[in-house]
Design a protein around this ligand. Structure first.
Ligand code: ACO
Length: 405
């Protein structure tokens, strides 16, 4: 009986009882075949494939296909999929004008979520959530347009003109070119392409995290894929979620520029001084080393070495990790580095400013949001997401006119 979730939820419905589970610590919102996490053992698999193998051997669009369609593509399927995505990377002129209307210092996450929610206005034929062809088109359009929009938002923030996509280059190299090319052209560095491809793969899905749950709950009202993903981008912007990589760099900057040494900072964290946290540490599900963080740490060293940057902030980050891994405060609470602890340092070394870190996360997470939304829409047992509450307000009371208050 205890293992029969359906039975228990029916029982609760019949008795009028509700469970109060703040932060959904113990509540599964759905069944899913996409991503498996064992937080105690530090295991992450997409569709059964270990993240380490995908990170080492796969490409971002191949992983996107795997997450969305459920199987690794054949060579023919992959080239057809890639070709279709790359064909749609250009932005409509009016759409460019829409992005161009944002103030230059607008946060790129605001631009990204607004631009995604505007897409159905330009592609009404891709909006119907129950039309298979429309969903397929929306899938391709989202994967295709997100890097172009993110790169454009980045260029605008530096007061530069947009550079259009070049489909011959490939997804990741072209994203780097659209972000960084100037009048003199841009040589993509294969080492950086490899690193960015890997980072995007590591971020591609992570089961029912805050933004993915948001995507699902918005979609459960039969909102279209764009509206659902745009809401997910909003959730991702929070510093406790996708904004954490930006917060890690801000923390490293503060430590570097203050008189505090690393040990003093850690004492402030452990004393919970004004809510100071070691950003990039801790995870709701991982109570062990986040397997993605282990991979990213290696990439941080490779990229910084390749770019010839001896980074004092990397030294500070490693020292913070070293202290935390042997400190009772962190051991007792099972706090380990999460994926975001080292990603910011890599993005920074690549030349991205901190406000681009979360947009990069969004480009990486798009396949996961799409796969989860599609799985939910195809599941006949899906119901509109509608949690209950435990009311703790006033009992009934009489209205008093404003003059008598
Ligand atoms: N630094 C210091 N203490 C921490 C940290 C941290 N980073 N994270 C958790 N703790 C402490 C809490 O103060 C709490 O202590 P207590 O038991 O004495 O009250 C205990 O550990 C449990 O923490 P919760 O906040 O209850 O754990 P929860 O699962 O709700 O939060 C979260 C997880 C939000 C990730 C948290 O660890 C955190 O804020 N980390 C820093 C932000 C961050 O890196 N976010 C990225 C998450 S991964 C991602 O989105 C890709």
């Amino acid at each position: 009986e205890g293992n029969d979730g359906v039975h228990i939820s029916n029982l609760l419905k019949e008795t009028g009882l509700v469970t109060l589970d703040s932060g959904f610590m113990n509540t599964a919102s759905c069944e899913s075949k996409i991503t498996y996490i064992d937080g105690d053992a530090g295991i992450l698999r997409y569709r059964g494939y270990p993240i380490e193998q995908l990170a080492e051997q796969s490409s971002f669009l191949e992983v996107a296909y795997l997450l969305i369609k459920g199987e690794l593509p054949t060579a023919t399927e992959l080239s057809a999929f890639t070709e279709r995505v790359e064909r749609h990377t250009h932005l409509h002129d009016n759409f460019k004008a829409l992005i161009g209307a944002f103030p230059q210092d607008a946060h790129p996450m605001a631009v990204l979520s607004s631009a995604v929610s505007a897409l159905p206005g330009y592609y009404p034929e891709s909006v119907d959530p129950f039309d298979e062809n429309a969903v397929e088109l929306a899938t391709v359009l989202l994967l295709a347009k997100l890097p172009t929009i993110a790169a454009y938002a980045f260029r605008r923030s530096r007061g530069e003109e947009m550079i259009g996509p070049d489909q011959s280059l490939g997804y990741v190299p072209d994203f780097l070119r659209m972000s960084f090319a100037n009048g003199g052209g841009y040589e993509t560095d294969p080492e950086l392409v490899k690193a960015l491809n890997l980072l995007l793969i590591l971020h591609a899905d992570h089961e029912q995290n805050c933004s993915t749950s948001t995507v699902r709950i918005v979609g459960s009202a039969h909102a279209n894929l764009y509206a659902s993903v745009s809401a997910g981008i909003g959730a991702l912007s929070g510093p406790l979620h996708g904004g954490a990589n930006e917060a890690v760099l801000a923390m490293l900057n503060d430590i570097q520029s203050s008189d505090d040494d690393v040990d003093t900072f850690m004492t402030r964290v452990k004393n919970k001084e004004q809510g100071v946290r070691l950003m990039g540490f801790g995870h709701r599900v991982y109570k062990n080393y986040d397997p993605r963080a282990a991979i990213v740490k290696g990439v941080a060293h490779t990229v910084l070495e390749k770019l010839g940057k001896s980074d004092e902030q990397l030294e500070i980050a490693m020292r913070l990790e070293e202290i935390a891994l042997s400190d009772e405060y962190f051991i007792q609470r099972k706090l380990y580095p999460n994926v975001d602890f080292y990603t910011g340092l890599i993005y920074k070394a690549m030349g991205f400013p901190t406000n681009m870190f979360t947009p990069l996360f969004a480009v990486g997470r798009a396949p996961g949001w799409i796969a989860q939304w599609r799985e939910m829409m195809n599941d006949p047992t899906t119901k509109i997401g509608r949690p209950r509450q435990v009311y703790t307000g006033h009992a009934e009371r009489e209205y008093v006119g404003v003059d008598a208050r």
